[in-house]
Design a protein around this ligand. Structure first.
Ligand code: ADP
Ligand code: MG
Length: 272
C-alpha cells in the first residue's frame, strides 16, 4: 500500500508529510504463547501534520501503549505504524513527554537541556542560544543554574517539555504530562503548551483521561473503548482559538457542551 493512499479519517492527507502519523489496522498484544493479552486494536488512525490530537480513554484502555507504538518504543503485533511516511525510530521520531518528568535530578536545568541538544546534534557553540530560546518558550528564563531538585514539579515538567522540543522533530508525544500537577499549574501549562504547538506548527498526540483537558487542548479528540482500545469517537474540535482568552473559552457554552459530550463518550466507551 502506498503511503499516499488515504483512510476515511485522513481523506486527502499526504501521509508522508513530516509529522504525519498513520496507523493501519494496529493491534498490540503483550505476553507470549498461551499467556497473551490484547492491549489495543484494531486501530486505524491518521493524524495529519500540525494537528493536536487529544487521545482520551479510561485507565488501562491502551493509551500509553498506542503512544509507545507511535514513538517506536514498541512494534505492533499486527498492522503498521508510519510517522512522516517511515517506521518510527525510538528517540528520533518524536519528542516524548512522560507523566513524570524523568530528568537527571543532580544536573542543573542547563545540564538537562544541553544533554538533549547534544543528542539532537546541536553544535556546542550553538547550544546557549538554542537553550535560551527553549527555556523562554516554556517560561523558564533565569532558571538555568538551578538543580532539578530545587525547582517545582510544574517547572520540572516545563524542563521536560523544553527537552522534548530540543530535537525539533515535527511530532510531539505527551503521556498525561500534567496529571500529577495542581489545577492552577496544570491550566497554565496547558495554555503554554497550546501556544508552543501553535507557534511551532508541530503535530501533537496528547494522552489524557480528562475530558476538560482534551477539549481545551485538542483540535481533534479520539476516545478509545476499554481494553483492547479501539476508536469509539473521533471528534473534530472547532472552538475559536486565535485571540480568544482562555478563561472565556473555558467558560463558554460550546466548551461546556463539548466537555459533556466527551465525558459521556468516555464513560460509555469504558462501560461497553
Ligand atoms: P493506559 O495508558 O490507557 O492506562 P496502557 O497502554 O498502559 O493503558 O495499558 C493497556 C493494558 O495493557 C493494561 O491492561 C495494562 O495492564 C497492559 N499492559 C501495559 N503494558 C504492559 C506490558 N509491558 N506487559 C503486559 N501488559 C501490559
Ligand atoms: Mg497510561
Amino acid at each position: 500500500m502506498s503511503s499516499s493512499e488515504t483512510t476515511a479519517a485522513g481523506a486527502g492527507t499526504d501521509t508522508s508529510r513530516a509529522g504525519t502519523v498513520r496507523l493501519d489496522h494496529v493491534t498490540h498484544r503483550y505476553g507470549r504463547g498461551g499467556e497473551t493479552f490484547t492491549a489495543v486494536g484494531p486501530v486505524d488512525l491518521t493524524v495529519p501534520a500540525g494537528e493536536f490530537l487529544a487521545l482520551v480513554g479510561a485507565s488501562g484502555c491502551g493509551k500509553s501503549t498506542l503512544l509507545r507504538l507511535i514513538a517506536g518504543f514498541e512494534r505492533p503485533t499486527h498492522g503498521s505504524v508510519l510517522v512522516s511516511g517511515a517506521a518510527p525510530r525510538p528517540g528520533e521520531t518524536a519528542g516524548v513527554v512522560f507523566q513524570t518528568p524523568r530528568l537527571f535530578p543532580w544536573r542543573t536545568v542547563r545540564g538537562n537541556i544541553d544533554l538533549a541538544l547534544r543528542y539532537a546534534g546541536v553544535d556546542r557553540a550553538r547550544r546557549p542560544e538554542r537553550r535560551a530560546e527553549l527555556l523562554a518558550r516554556v517560561g523558564l528564563e533565569g532558571t538555568e543554574e538551578r538543580r532539578v531538585w530545587e525547582i517545582s514539579g510544574g517547572q520540572q515538567q516545563r524542563v521536560a517539555i523544553a527537552r522534548a522540543l530540543a530535537a525539533e522533530n515535527p511530532l510531539l508525544l505527551l503521556d498525561e504530562p500534567f496529571a500529577a500537577l495542581d489545577a492552577l499549574t496544570r491550566e497554565r501549562l496547558q495554555e503554554d503548551l497550546r501556544r508552543v504547538t501553535e507557534r511551532t506548527g508541530r503535530t501533537a498526540v496528547f494522552v489524557t483521561h480528562s475530558a476538560d483537558e482534551a477539549v481545551f487542548l485538542g483540535s481533534r479528540i479520539v476516545v478509545l473503548t476499554r481494553s483492547p482500545g479501539t476508536v469509539a469517537l473521533d471528534l473534530p474540535i472547532t472552538l475559536p482559538r486565535g485571540g480568544v482568552d482562555s478563561e472565556e473559552l473555558r467558560g463558554s457554552r460550546e466548551f461546556a457542551e463539548l466537555r459533556a459530550q466527551v465525558s459521556h463518550a468516555v464513560k460509555a466507551a469504558a462501560a461497553a
